[in-house]
Write a protein that binds this ligand. Structure first.
Ligand code: PXP
Length: 251
């Protein structure tokens, strides 16, 4: 039986990183988002960090105005970000942990430690019509907490799996993959929609894309890097192709 379609959300943060490195007006994240749409992205993901190191408030305004595919707005669980999300009401919000000194989102959100606050934090977002996703490690306690606080979606953090692959630690990689698969099943059985992302490349995407429970992958840094060599459109089309092959029924 064919698996349910797997959406590709293209994260365009690092188009803004390149722009901001020179304080110029280019490259424009909205232009990248339009190319991603044309190349088969089902959605665009952008993370407005508290320090605005890549995506800016003006980028979010432009994306809301200019996109024809859904925007997945990544944000920390702060009052400032909640107010911005409530003003724009994007299709989805993904709540991520954020530390100023980190280079990227290093781990999942510790929902289990902060259930009460997060339940109150996400309620108005869900009431405003946003699909609320929580970015978490593949951990049973975190998944059960995300379910308890009323999240509709969880996004499983694939960073550890990708790091083990890059470091040639294949036994650890395979153990992490097995954990991701088991936790995707648990989350789906609880009624959560399951997404995944972080660090995915052409080499690592397929075993993840093959999980039947998954409905969406969010991929950014590798694609923007690959675009330097291939162009953004072909880089995204190749990722889409690999995902589709991984999901096709085995002959
Ligand atoms: N999903 C979430 C929740 C993220 O925070 C990020 C990185 O911003 C991604 C997916 C995409 O990760 P990458 O840029 O490594 O592909």
């Amino acid at each position: 039986m064919p698996l349910s379609p797997l959406r590709l959300g293209v994260n365009i943060d690092h188009v803004a990183t390149v722009r901001n490195a020179r304080g110029s007006a280019y490259p424009d994240p909205l232009r990248a988002a339009k190319i991603a749409e044309a190349a088969g992205a089902d959605g665009i993901t952008a993370h407005l960090r508290e320090d605005r190191r890549h995506i800016s408030d003006a980028d979010i305004d432009a994306l809301i105005e200019g996109l024809t595919v859904p925007l997945n707005f990544e944000m920390a669980a702060t009052p400032e970000m909640q107010a911005i999300a409530l003003r724009h009401k994007p299709h989805a919000v993904c709540i991520v942990p954020e530390k100023r000194e980190e280079r990227t989102t290093e781990g999942g959100l510790d929902v289990a430690r902060d259930e009460n606050r997060l339940a109150h934090f996400i309620a108005p977002l869900a009431e405003a019509g946003c699909r609320v996703s929580i970015f978490i490690a593949a951990d049973e306690a975190q998944i059960r907490s995300a379910h308890r606080i009323g999240a509709q979606v969880i996004e499983l953090h694939t960073g550890a799996y990708c790091d083990f692959h890059a470091e040639g630690q294949f036994a650890a990689r395979d153990a992490e993959l097995a954990r991701l698969g088991a936790m995707a099943t648990l989350a789906r059985d609880l009624g959560l929609e399951v997404h995944a992302g972080h660090g995915l490349t052409y080499d690592t995407v397929q075993p993840i894309a093959a999980f039947p429970e998954l409905r969406e992958l969010n991929i950014g840094h590798f694609l923007i890097g690959e675009a330097i060599f291939l162009g953004l459109d072909p880089a995204i089309r190749e990722m889409r192709r690999l995902m589709d092959v991984a999901r096709a029924p085995q002959a």
